[in-house]
Write a protein that binds this ligand. Structure first.
Ligand code: SF4
Length: 505
């Protein structure tokens, strides 16, 4: 199969860089529905610009290119071992080209394989079928939204919604709860794939499979079609909004499937996907491996531009921040302020935070800006180039962040999804702020990096290293300030109250 590997590289590249039309259409509706000049609409504006940039430059839409998951159908007689080998080679090559971030980490040693190959990565499901062509579908679902997947063992008691019983009403409550608990951490607005029934392990698999349906299709089972519509309507009333900033659009898709179950078990499994809903497919000639047809795309429909305006709409009220930051400057900031960061920032995520708990930092962090980010970087000659650099989910650093702020004098933390009470108390005590960048806007933020000034702790792998970057006009919103205020806590409380009202209406 002469063209198989190249076809698969093209599939991976397109999936990572060019959102399919159904997702674009859903995001277009979200943009139109949101109230102008709110934080949610600003977030959606950056997302739209980012989607355009990714497609124009063939760069990853989000720096977290997820766990590559392939669903392959082959005619009888096709050598699946050969197809599997071609997928592995294509994944490694796409990683080398910067279309995928090295994302495969040895769970025992913590070592990143560097090429996205490792035990059970990538994930490949094979099926035989009676068709003449090979079909390959691919989904790239990142860790932030993967961490918001949730499984309910019904009957159960749910926050704000009461008891969920073993019926469709109970399923409805579980799905609404799933959207609510994700808040902004899964980069809302998101989409949910749901499986009613099956066992624990397969239920999650089947929930993810629902994400291979187009967002605008109609469920062939009438009662599930009705439930999908109802969930869409209700989930968009609770007000999580883009990035959890509060707003009108929390969900862009709800796809529900059903499977038989054991008499004793009733699981509702929910796969939460973010707005960067990267899923495509191809039909391949079974002899040559050449692409015969793209799935999820309409060849007669040109790729539509998403952005309604260029970049981040500035009001003139933005606060410019440049490290080193003084305590005084930081204490002046309030939740809701928009900041433009220019100057030096350091990246640091899970491995860096764990390291800093036991070791002194490799740089002086007094007055610094710490960015929760695992970028896609490519070495070009002796220099490093930033290929994608959006924020990662900050809540993972909650056990460490307060210590890092207090011990090393960090004045601003940039991330997404917000942090908890311990960090909020540390911000107040030390005089520091949390800045929410727009999750998934990896191309947008990569363009704010003027220079890579250096790298520390590279042994942790590219995403986990501490990158020293010089940025210009990096836009973010103060969502936790040094006065004990947290937009995240407020939105979680308000949306919980709305869920309860919805339930008792
Ligand atoms: S958009 Fe957000 S949740 Fe989705 S892959 Fe990127 S960082 Fe993760």
């Amino acid at each position: 199969m002469t063209f198989l590997k190249d076809s698969l590289i093209e599939l991976i590249t397109q999936t990572s860089t060019n959102l399919p039309p159904d997702v674009r259409a859903a995001m277009g509706k979200a943009l139109d529905a949101e109230t102008p000049q709110t934080q949610a609409s600003q977030a959606l504006g950056i997302i739209a610009t980012n989607i355009d940039m990714a497609q124009q430059d063939e760069g990853p839409i989000c720096q977290d290119t997820g766990m590559p998951t392939f669903i392959v159908h082959t005619p009888v007689g096709v050598n699946q071992i050969q197809v599997k080998q071609a997928i592995r080679e294509a994944v490694a090559e796409a990683t080398r080209r910067g279309k995928l971030r090295p994302n495969s980490v040895d769970s025992l040693t913590g070592k990143n394989s560097g090429d996205n190959l490792g035990i059970e990565t990538p994930v490949i499901h094979f099926e035989q079928w009676e068709e003449k062509e090979i079909e390959v579908k691919l989904i790239l679902k990142g860790g932030g939204c993967e961490n918001k997947n949730i499984q309910y063992t019904v009957p159960c008691e749910l926050d704000h919604l009461g008891r969920a019983d073993r019926n469709l009403e109970g399923v409805r409550k579980c799905i609404l709860h799933a959207v609510w608990q994700a808040q902004g951490q899964g980069c809302a607005p998101g989409a949910v794939g749901v499986c009613i029934g099956s066992d624990r392990a397969h239920g999650y698999d089947l929930a993810k499979m629902q994400l291979f349906r187009t967002l605008d299709d109609v469920n062939p089972i009438p009662e599930l079609a009705e439930l999908e519509n109802r969930v869409m309507e209700e989930a968009n009333q609770i007000g999580v909004g883009a990035m959890g900033f509060g707003g009108k659009v929390s969900l862009i898709g709800c796809k529900i499937g059903v499977a038989n179950r054991l008499p004793a078990s009733y699981f509702v499994s929910v796969a939460y996907d973010c707005w960067a809903f990267r899923r495509l497919g191809v039909r391949l000639d079974a002899d040559s491996g050449a692409i015969n047809q793209w799935l999820y795309r309409d060849p007669d429909r040109a790729v539509e531009r998403m952005a309604r305006a260029e970049g981040f709409p500035l009001t003139g009220r933005e606060v410019v921040l440049s490290a080193p930051l003084s305590e005084d400057a930081v204490r002046k900031l309030r939740v809701g302020d928009v900041v433009l960061v220019s100057g030096e920032v350091f990246t640091g995520r899970d491995a860096v935070h764990a390291y800093l708990m036991k070791n002194p930092p490799p740089v002086d962090m007094r007055g610094s800006i710490l960015y929760h980010c695992g970028p896609v970087m490519l070495k070009q000659g002796e220099a490093w180039a930033v290929k994608a650099a959006g924020p990662t989910t900050s809540s993972r650093e909650e056990p460490y962040q307060a210590t890092v702020i207090e011990k090393y004098g960090v004045r601003a933390v940039i991330g997404k999804g917000g942090m908890g009470a311990k960090t909020l108390a540390a911000l107040k005590k030390s005089g520091a702020v949390y800045l929410n960048a727009i999750g998934g806007a990896a191309q947008y933020y990569a363009r704010t990096v003027e220079k890579v000034l250096g790298v520390h702790l590279l042994d942790f792998g590219i995403p986990e290293a501490m990158w020293h970057l010089k940025v210009n006009n990096f836009a973010a919103i103060v969502t936790m300030d040094a006065h004990g205020n947290s937009l995240h806590a407020d939105v979680e409380k308000e949306t919980g109250e709305k869920l309860a009202v919805l339930e008792h209406a």
